[in-house]
Design a protein around this ligand. Structure first.
Ligand code: DGJ
Length: 620
């Protein structure tokens, strides 16, 4: 799809069916594109509108995919949220009329993700029919489910109607982004596995499609804006002793940026604050055997910045009106090719001056506010589309020039997590909320659509009522990292983390690329459990969490899934605190997959905020 991300596949893996619809009265054509990946139970759908008439037309609405169900009674699953509370699962019956989700914030947003599931009434994680739709797009979107007078259900996903009226001159074409669809009769776990495989093999690109991803420590929650080169060097040193591979320097290293009021746009190193050059710091950290990554937010500008003084017309904002600032900043107008060049040059200059940088965290903290493009002038109805096209153009140029550079995509946490992003980025910062209890819910929601390797989860000092073990065990379910001053930890905690990092590195392949099974939902119980199984079914990691069990609650065994019933597995609890003994009755024993899946294991307790990580290894 020109200018748009899409699923890719080899000729022998997929076929595309094209259906042309023609409106003979006007000569306008709509082309429906169906891509089929039979091995994965994935169908992609997109549409483009071609103006074959002799006059200008306006496209006022375009839905990339539509599914019609002539009968059946369904539930709709959507994932709502807000800053620091992303991806809450909502399951409601489909009722007569229309149920709608969407974004009008310029990005896919914290509020909803561009993804929906339609499930038969009795569908659970492990059985029943369900259909998923997910938009491969990072801008405004609209999803809708309608039930009519004959109880027929229609599910639609596509471009947001609000502020959309796209002009097409004679001969021009409008390409709508792609939607990924999947169906299974085996429950939501299988649906997620289909989508995860599609992402891993047909969206992710570059070296980190398969390469092992580094474990990093990020400076944000360890130091916020308050650091020097020495603070960072010491953090890297401590991190090294834990076995961490990389230090990421977050916000505050450039321009005049000691808080979030100023500096965005002025991407030159604040050497006074660092007390040294960036290159010097990178070298010192690299000499410890620790890689160095850096944070940027190049699509944004603070009005208090040299960039804004020089180019006020590069920012999206209304003339003659009081400007509303979200986090004291404005969004740069990426519909303007000059601004695209500038944003690309931010990354390019940093990389040219510091070729040893091994990672970027790319942030985007404001939705589009004061919606007016000084560049588009009278063509404001194109802004949301042309801006995102401009954003993609920059992402593409960065990916082409730096194909091996892993980049985390962040948007005040999870405001721009969608399948598009994974074409250019290796992972998402899912949420600024790193309270491990909240994370159990947030990660549960994300996991419906995204594989663990795309979901960053960091050990932080949020919710110190929970142990470092609990916080680490929750982070370990995803792409684990740290965002904490390691000085906060005592000796036992450091020892525990050292072992946890080593365990994680050993088991990363299974966690990040294995099949996910959500076993016990935190939404339905006072506990939660998920497991990952590798493709050969010879290694598995089970995570179990007690959240806030009720007084005198009776716990129940958890039946495992995805193992080979005929194989034998050694069960071993790992990630124990120094001196802690496992209370798992099955610890150290060997059991058949059949037993573990039919009888299960008692992994829960009645303690608050307790966790267990259990490794299962095939024995011959
Ligand atoms: C929001 C991100 O989600 C945080 O992790 C951090 O990078 C801040 N921005 C920095 O301003």
């Amino acid at each position: 799809l020109p200018g748009l991300p899409a699923v890719y596949a080899d000729n022998d893996e997929a076929q595309t069916l094209e259906i042309v619809l023609e409106d003979s009265a006007t000569g306008v054509e709509a082309m429906l594109l169906y891509g089929v990946l039979p091995e994965l139970d994935i169908i992609t759908r997109s549409v483009y509108v071609r103006n074959q008439s002799s006059e200008k037309i306006y496209v006022n609405k375009v839905m990339s995919a539509e599914l019609d169900f002539l009968y059946g009674d369904y539930d709709l699953l959507t994932f709502y949220g807000r800053h620091a509370m992303e991806r809450n699962l909502q399951r409601v019956p489909v009722v007569h009329g229309s149920q709608m989700i969407g974004s009008v914030r310029g990005t896919s947003s914290h509020q909803y993700n561009p993804m929906m599931i339609l499930a038969e009434k009795d569908t659970t994680e492990d059985h029943g029919g369900c259909y998923a739709m997910s938009f491969v797009y990072s801008g405004n979107f609209q999803g809708e489910v309608l039930k009519d007078q004959y109880n027929q259900t229609r599910m639609l996903l596509g471009v947001q109607e609000e502020c959309f009226r796209y002009p097409l001159e004679a001969g021009e074409t409008f390409y709508a982004p792609e939607v990924i669809l999947s169906y299974t009769d085996q429950g939501m776990n299988r649906l997620s596995q289909n989508l995860h495989s599609c992402i891993r093999h047909h969206i992710c690109r570059g070296k980190y499609k398969t390469a092992i991803r580094p474990v990093l420590v990020n400076s944000w929650e360890a130091a916020y804006f308050d650091f020097t080169g020495e603070t960072l060097y010491n953090l890297a040193k401590e991190a090294k002793s834990l076995g961490i591979d990389m230090l990421v320097l977050d916000d505050g290293w450039f321009g005049k940026r000691d808080d979030d009021n100023s500096g965005l746009g002025d991407w030159y190193v604040n050497e006074k604050k660092l007390g040294e050059t960036l290159g010097g710091l990178v070298k010192r950290v690299n000499d410890l055997g620790v890689k160095f990554g850096i944070w940027i937010e190049p699509e944004m500008v603070n009005p208090k910045s040299e960039l804004f003084e020089k180019h006020p017309d590069w920012a999206i904002h209304l003339p003659n009106r009081e400007t509303y600032y979200y986090r004291n900043q404005l969004v740069l107008d990426l519909s303007n090719p000059k601004v695209q060049d500038y944003v690309f040059s931010v990354v390019d200059n940093i990389m040219t001056e510091n070729p040893d940088l091994a990672f970027f965290k790319w942030d985007c903290n404001s939705p589009i506010t004061n919606v007016y493009s000084p560049y588009l002038k009278e063509k404001q109805n194109q802004l949301y589309i042309d801006h995102v096209r401009g954003v993609y153009n920059v992402f593409k140029r960065v990916a082409e020039k730096y194909p091996h550079l892993p980049i985390m995509l962040c948007s005040g946490g999870g405001a721009r997590c969608d399948y598009e992003a994974l074409k250019y980025f290796t992972e998402f910062w899912c949420s600024d909320n790193t309270d491990p209890i909240e994370r159990l819910y947030i990660q549960w929601g994300f996991s419906q659509f995204f594989p663990a390797k795309a979901m960053c989860a960091h050990v932080t000092s949020w919710n110190k009522n929970t142990s470092i073990k609990f916080r680490t065990d929750v982070a370990m379910m995803c792409k684990m990292g740290f965002d904490i001053s390691l000085k906060e930890m005592n000796e036992d905690e450091m020892k525990y983390c050292q072992e946890a990092v080593a365990n994680y590195k050993r088991l990363k392949g299974t966690i990040l690329d294995g099949d996910l099974y959500r076993l016990v939902s935190p939404y339905d119980t006072n506990h939660s459990s998920v497991m990952y199984v590798d493709k050969a079914k010879s290694k598995s990691v089970l995570f179990a969490y007690d959240i806030h069990p009720r007084f005198g609650e009776k716990t129940f065994p958890v039946k495992l899934q995805g193992l080979d019933p005929n194989k034998k597995y050694k069960v071993q609890e790992i990630n124990l605190m120094p001196g802690q003994k496992s209370t798992l009755v099955t610890d150290g024993g060997t059991f058949s997959g059949d037993f573990l899946m039919k009888i299960g294991m008692n992994v829960f307790s009645t303690a608050h905020a307790r966790s267990k990580v259990i490794e299962l290894t095939e024995v011959h």
